[in-house]
Ligand binder design. Structure first.
Ligand SMILES: [Ca+2]
Length: 102
């Protein structure tokens, strides 16, 4: 669990490249490289852009750490629900990026 937390923080810091927030391109790269097994449509730039807009609580066009953690929390919650729901077939975990669109 400690390594998982370190990974979550490390991925954000590496993607943000010293900035406080992830810009559009930074977020695209993060989602495509880190979340393509857990989420659907991560290869759709338009879908990822809309997901970023859905996460962007303070509407500055970027994803800060708090907004990023909302995504992580949502994914973790979705996984736990799918795990308990799919006892017989612990199959593919795939969460649509459209969930975050508004
Ligand atoms: Ca923001």
């Amino acid at each position: 669990m400690e390594s998982a937390i370190q990974t979550i923080v490390g991925v954000f810091l590496k993607s943000a490249k010293g900035k406080e927030s992830l810009g559009g391109n930074d977020f695209q790269k993060l989602v495509k490289s880190q979340l393509h097994n857990i989420m659907m449509d991560t290869d759709s730039s338009e879908a990822v852009k809309k997901m970023r807009q859905g996460l962007d609580a303070n509407q500055d066009g970027k994803v800060n750490f708090e907004e990023y953690m909302n995504l992580v929390g949502y994914l973790a919650t979705s996984l736990s629900v799918q795990c308990t729901a799919a006892v017989e077939t612990p199959a593919e975990m795939s969460i649509g990026v459209h969930t975050f669109q508004r």
